[in-house]
Write a protein that binds this ligand. Structure first.
Ligand code: PA5
Ligand code: NI
Length: 187
């Protein structure tokens, strides 16, 4: 029997562009992020139609054992003095993990466990972030260019945004980033 060669889906490591397979894309605008940024007055003064981030993913099968692969492109910017960030979530299936890979730009991955303990990891091209189950995650763009990160996660994981509606335990602002930058740790 003849064996067919398949051309798999493709990611451009330099900028996270996905190709060679059907894609799904969703853009989140400032107007969608009510209650996410600390400075609500500053948020209200912003243009609600301004895009903050988009997620592009392969239109892959769902169900037990299946994996989703997608890239988040997070624009540079601030609301007040707080950097643009994703909404952030726990997985609805709490035990399910995820892996992020930094592709372009510089930023932070904010991780928070169910006890509210936080950890910040630096995201940059080539960085690998193993997000264990029971850990909420949010990307933060601290750069002046787009931050793009590839993610792979079980399709059954789902998203739980409601549990963090009150916010994460840590906020990253222009001011406190300068202080944190002096105390970088390996690992
Ligand atoms: O699966 C993930 O964790 C990512 O693809 C996120 O969904 C993406 O970064 C957008 O963030 P959020 O879902 O918190 O809006
Ligand atoms: Ni996730």
């Amino acid at each position: 029997m003849k064996t067919l060669l398949h051309l798999p889906p493709h990611v451009a490591w330099a900028n996270g562009a996905l190709s060679r397979a059907p894609l799904i894309r969703k853009t989140t605008h400032l107007g969608d992020l009510a209650g996410v940024f600390a400075d609500t007055d500053a948020w209200q003064r912003c243009d609600p139609s301004q895009p903050v981030y988009s997620v592009e993913m392969f239109d892959s099968p769902s169900g037990d054992g299946e994996l989703y692969t997608g890239v988040t492109h997070l624009n540079p910017g601030c609301v007040g003095d707080e950097y643009f960030m994703t909404r952030g979530h726990f997985h609805a299936r709490r035990e399910q993990g995820e892996v992020y890979f930094g592709l372009q730009g510089e930023g932070l991955l904010l991780l928070q466990n169910e006890q509210g303990k936080v950890r910040l990891e630096q995201v940059h091209p080539g960085s690998v972030h193993i997000i264990a189950g029971f850990t909420a995650h949010r990307l933060i763009n601290t750069d002046s260019q787009i931050l793009s990160a590839l993610a792979v996660w079980p399709s059954v994981a789902g998203h739980d945004y409601a549990s963090l509606a009150g916010g994460f335990a840590k906020r990253v602002t222009v001011q406190n980033l300068k202080l944190m930058a002096k105390e970088v740790q390996n690992g």
